[in-house]
Design a protein around this ligand. Structure first.
Ligand code: CA
Length: 182
């Protein structure tokens, strides 16, 4: 609880510090400005002056549990590093690509994943468009899909308006996919 006595002490302290500050300042200006310390800049305005002293004067006599601000800052930095590591780990198991491929016998294409990227078969989201031949521009129907850790094989067909048809060996398709290991 702040008593009148405390308040008077605070005011006196503020005035005496201000007086000292003005007496010291000409000496400092002769030998260069004092170094800026952000921990002393209590109102965070980039200047250490009487307004910072006022903050102390107002709180003069208050008591509580002290905190180590440097330790707090280091703890926050450690948490950010841990979050960054988690994000990097997530990115490490996700692969996106868009490539043009030629259909092989059996209406198949094979997607090859980067070597060593996946330890378990990833979940594959894929869309395929026909690039050449009678079904150019059409979205492929994926009849079946076999996904392994190194590659995935897709059986493709295209809709001709009445039924699904084989696209034809040696025609090209554009494959866009995202592979995610969960
Ligand atoms: Ca300040």
């Amino acid at each position: 609880m702040i008593t009148k006595r405390h308040l008077i002490i605070a005011i006196l302290l503020t005035f005496s510090l201000t007086a000292t500050f003005f007496m010291i300042r000409p000496t400092n200006s002769q030998s260069g400005n004092p170094e800026y310390d952000p921990w002393v800049d209590l109102n965070d305005d980039g200047v250490i002056n009487i307004l910072d002293l006022v903050k102390v004067a107002i709180a003069f006599g208050a008591e509580g549990t002290p905190i180590n601000k440097t330790a707090l800052l280091l703890e926050l930095e450690a948490r950010i590093d841990a979050l960054n590591a988690t994000v990097m780990a997530l990115e490490g198991t996700r692969h996106y690509a868009s490539t043009e491929q030629q259909i092989t016998t059996g209406n198949q294409i094979t997607i090859t994943f980067p070597i060593g990227m996946f330890t378990d078969p990833p979940h594959l989201s894929v869309i395929v468009y026909v690039m050449t031949g009678a079904y150019t521009g059409k979205t492929c129907y994926i009849q079946s899909m076999s996904v392994g850790t190194a590659s995935a094989t897709l059986d493709l067909q295209a809709w001709d308006g009445a039924a699904y048809q084989d696209i034809g060996d040696s025609e090209n398709v554009q494959v866009s996919y995202t592979a995610v290991e969960t």
